[in-house]
Design a protein around this ligand. Structure first.
Ligand SMILES: [Zn+2]
Length: 281
C-alpha cells in the first residue's frame, strides 16, 4: 500500500501497557530503520486494540499469541537452516511485551486503520523500547479486531521524516475465505519478515521485477514471500510448511549473498532495507 492511497482520519488512541516517551526519529537515521536484520537483537511489542464495544477476549489473545509462537518457531528453524539464529524477543518470550489500547477508528471491510496515528503510536512505543536498549531493533505488532488484510509499514529513505519506526498490522480475521478465518502463522511470519527487509515475491507483487519473482518462485514454490497458504491452498493454523529461499534469507541478513540469485538486478539492494515504501499483504 502506497502512502498516497491511505485514508487519513482522526484516530483517538489511548495506550495501556507501555510507557510513552514520544521520542523523535534519530537525527541520523539508520537506513534499515527501527528494525534491522533478523540476526540482530530485536524486540517486537504487541499491541492489542480493543473496540469501545468489544475488548479482545482473553482466549483470543492467547490464541493469537500461540499463532505468533508458531511463526517464531518456524523462523528459528529457517534461521538454523542457514546457520544462523534469531535474537528476537516478543510477548512469546516475555509476556510484558504486550499491551492493550482503545481503538475507536474504523475497522472492517473497506476501511483501514489510520496510518498517521499508527505511525505516531509506533514511534512512541518504539521510542520507549529503544530507550531501554538503544542498540536493539524495535518494532510493533498491532492486532486489530474485525476483518481485513494484514500489512507492514516500513521505512522508505525517500521519506526521511516518516515511518522510521516500523510495524505490522494484523486483523483478527482475514477478509477472504470462510467467516472468522484467522490469518494463521504464515501470515505472521510473512509480515514479520517484511520488517527485516524481505520483499514480496508472489504473482502480481510490485516489489521486484516479474522475472526475478518468477525465477525465485520457480526454484522455491513454497517460499514464504510467494505464498502464505499451505500446499493444499488452505490456511494452516497448526504450523507452517513454507520455506525460506536463499533470496529472502539474504534480504533479512541470514546469509551474506543471495546466491543462487546473485544475477537478479535486485541482488544489488542492501539487505534489511525496503526499497519501495509501505507494503500490502
Ligand atoms: Zn507481503
Amino acid at each position: 500500500m502506497k502512502k498516497g492511497k491511505i485514508l487519513w482520519l482522526a484516530l483517538p488512541l489511548a495506550l495501556a501497557g507501555a510507557v510513552l516517551m514520544g521520542l523523535l526519529r534519530p537525527p541520523t537515521p539508520d537506513p534499515m530503520a527501527s528494525v534491522g536484520l533478523l540476526t540482530q537483537p530485536t524486540t517486537l511489542y504487541s499491541v492489542y486494540l480493543d473496540r469501545p464495544e468489544a475488548a479482545w477476549p482473553q482466549e483470543d489473545r492467547q490464541f493469537q499469541a500461540a499463532q505468533l509462537a508458531l511463526a517464531l518457531d518456524w523462523l528459528e528453524e529457517q534461521a538454523e537452516g542457514y546457520g544462523g539464529s534469531l535474537s528476537l524477543t516478543t510477548q512469546v518470550q516475555d509476556p510484558a511485551l504486550a499491551g492493550t489500547a482503545l481503538y475507536e477508528g474504523p475497522v472492517g471491510e473497506g476501511t483501514g486503520p489510520l496510518v498517521s496515528d499508527f505511525d505516531a503510536w509506533a514511534r512512541e512505543v518504539c521510542g520507549s523500547l529503544a530507550g531501554d536498549s538503544p542498540t536493539e531493533g524495535v518494532g510493533v505488532l498491532f492486532f486489530l479486531p474485525g476483518s481485513g488484510n494484514p500489512y507492514t509499514v516500513v521505512y522508505d529513505s525517500e521519506y526521511p521524516g516518516e515511518y522510521y519506526w516500523e510495524y505490522s498490522v494484523f486483523y483478527q480475521y482475514t477478509l477472504d475465505g470462510s467467516e472468522n478465518q484467522w490469518p494463521g502463522p504464515a501470515v505472521l511470519a510473512h509480515e514479520i519478515l517484511h520488517l527485516f527487509g524481505a520483499v514480496d515475491l508472489y504473482p502480481g507483487q510490485q516489489a521486484v521485477s516479474r522475472t526475478t519473482a518468477q525465477t525465485i518462485a520457480a526454484a522455491y514454490p513454497r517460499e514464504i514471500m510467494v505464498t502464505v497458504r499451505d500446499s493444499s491452498g488452505q490456511v494452516d493454523l497448526t504450523g507452517m510448511d513454507q520455506t525460506l529461499s536463499p533470496f529472502t534469507a539474504w534480504r533479512v541478513g541470514l546469509t551474506g549473498d543471495p546466491a543462487p540469485f546473485e544475477d537478479c538486478p535486485e541482488a544489488a539492494w542492501p539487505p534489511g532495507v525496503w526499497p519501495g515504501g509501505a507494503l500490502e499483504e
